[in-house]
Design a protein around this ligand. Structure first.
Ligand code: SF4
Length: 450
């Protein structure tokens, strides 16, 4: 898996499996409130069918207007609630998060091996969960998918699914995942999903000397043979922190990135002529580290795997250019707002170019500061893995009236960074307001400061 969504639970909690799904909150005056449902109650069955999580609840209530819910109240009482609702009427219920199923692989590049020993427990969760793949784009390897899970994907149309393939060569795949060849072989399972019309996006984590060169070429062509059932393959580079000391792994270099770009560009041309799509898309990191231009917007189609860092830079540049045009059209003038925007060392030069243009056009005094990642070290240079300590160590570089940090630095459901520091703490230490934003929201921030 490559981390797209971080869990709010600790591994200890994941081992407890209770029946039903717990209600987290009930909106006032909602159908749920009318039914006297409360936070802490558990919905066990809907119309006689077992509910395992909120996806089941959503699926089993969808389109139903007459319902019988079996509820285990917080007090321990069992209720049976009969209700009628208008078509599409919302229950006003929010539910506990899905408890991720753990993976049974021992991938040589697993991100868990790259964490410092004192990283927070949620960073050690090795999830392999088809529900999270559907909901958040987390990748699964399908090595331990059960018959029930396959049926569930098909029945509940949990499509698309994001699958880490890494290599179609079975020996290589088994070696990379740390499993035997029988387990590594997902051809039958994959075929069942594809035959049932489930859309699949594939991923390759590219490890120099292991699944590159001819192994990569074979992988791309064998996956492309299933196009359009397999929609795309994202190729992202191996990322090693200072804690990855596995001698089987070789660090990705700029030269390696340039070779991969040359190799894959030729394949993309061939596939484009045949399929009308590039199909195999390289992660932004490969272009940035190789010192090559990020491809044009048309290269990415509808950005099928943007959340995996494939086309994110191109999309951002385009949005930023649109924003500048809009501000120009609206005659926006700044009051010389100044501030510091921190980001990872990889993206900083790209962002700096854009912000320099912005300053020249609108008279703002924004500066972009690259932040080294001292927490993970190694070749980690993306913004999402920066920490509070990294920010504090750059305090002398803060200028202006505010600090911006990328929103990806924070936990998905809390203003906490990977080292446990929260935004308010960092803000206090820096003596500046700190805004965690999507860079697309920078304009809103500036407009509010005007
Ligand atoms: S062992 Fe592999 S599949 Fe499992 S969490 Fe780590 S990288 Fe993902």
């Amino acid at each position: 898996m490559r981390l797209m969504y971080e869990f709010a639970v600790t591994p200890a909690v994941t081992s407890i499996r209770r029946r039903g799904v717990e209600i987290y909150d009930v909106a006032p005056d909602s159908l749920g409130a009318e039914m006297d449902l409360e936070s802490g109650d558990r919905i066990i069955k809907v119309n006689g069918r077992v509910v395992r999580d909120y996806l089941d609840f959503r699926f089993q209530t969808s389109g139903e207007t007459e319902l019988v819910l079996e509820v285990r109240k917080r007090s321990g009482e069992d209720w049976e609630v009969e209700l009628e609702r208008a078509e599409g009427e919302d229950f006003g219920l929010s539910f506990e998060q899905i408890v991720p199923r753990q993976c049974a692989n021992e991938c040589i590049f697993c991100f868990c091996n790259g964490n410092p020993a004192d990283a927070r427990p949620s960073l050690f969760i090795k999830d392999e969960d088809i529900r999270l793949s559907f909901l958040y784009g987390n990748y699964t390897t399908l090595t331990s998918i059960t018959e029930d899970e396959i049926r569930r994907i098909v029945e509940q149309r949990l499509s698309p699914q994001y699958v880490s393939v890494h290599a179609t060569d079975l020996d290589v795949r088994a070696y990379m995942l740390g499993v035997d060849k029988q387990r590594a072989d997902i051809s039958t399972k994959l075929a069942r999903l594809l035959d049932a019309g489930i859309e699949v996006h594939a991923q390759v984590v590219l490890c120099p000397g292991i699944n590159d060169k001819e192994v990569l070429t074979k992988t791309i062509f064998e996956l492309a043979a299933e196009y359009p059932r397999i929609t795309s393959v994202a190729i992202v580079p191996l990322g090693l922190t200072r804690y990855n000391i596995d001698a089987r792994l070789t660090r990705v270099t700029p030269e390696f990135c340039r070779d991969v770009i040359d190799q894959v560009s030729a394949i993309q041309k061939e596939l484009h002529a045949k399929l009308g799509t590039n199909f195999a898309l390289l992660g932004d990191e490969i272009y940035l580290r190789g010192g090559r231009r990020i491809p044009a917007r048309s290269h990415y189609g509808d950005y099928p795997q943007i959340e995996d860092g494939v086309g994110m830079v191109r999309s951002f540049e385009n949005e930023f250019t649109k924003l500048m045009r809009r501000l120009e059209r609206d005659g926006w003038t700044s009051n010389k707002t100044s501030g510091t925007i921190f980001t990872g060392t990889l993206f900083a030069p790209v962002l700096k170019k854009m912000i320099d243009k912005f300053n020249a056009r609108f008279g703002t005094g924004l500066i972009v500061e690259p932040l080294e990642n001292s927490y993970f070290g190694g070749d980690v240079s993306v913004a999402g893995l920066l920490t509070g300590q990294d920010l504090l160590s750059a305090r002398e570089r803060v200028v202006g009236e505010f600090v911006c940090i990328p929103k990806q630095m924070l936990k998905s459901d809390d203003a906490i960074m990977l080292d446990g520091m929260n935004v308010n703490e960092v803000s206090r230490e820096l003596g500046q307001p700190v805004h965690a934003i999507n860079l697309q929201d920078l304009a809103t921030l500036l407009l509010n400061k005007n």
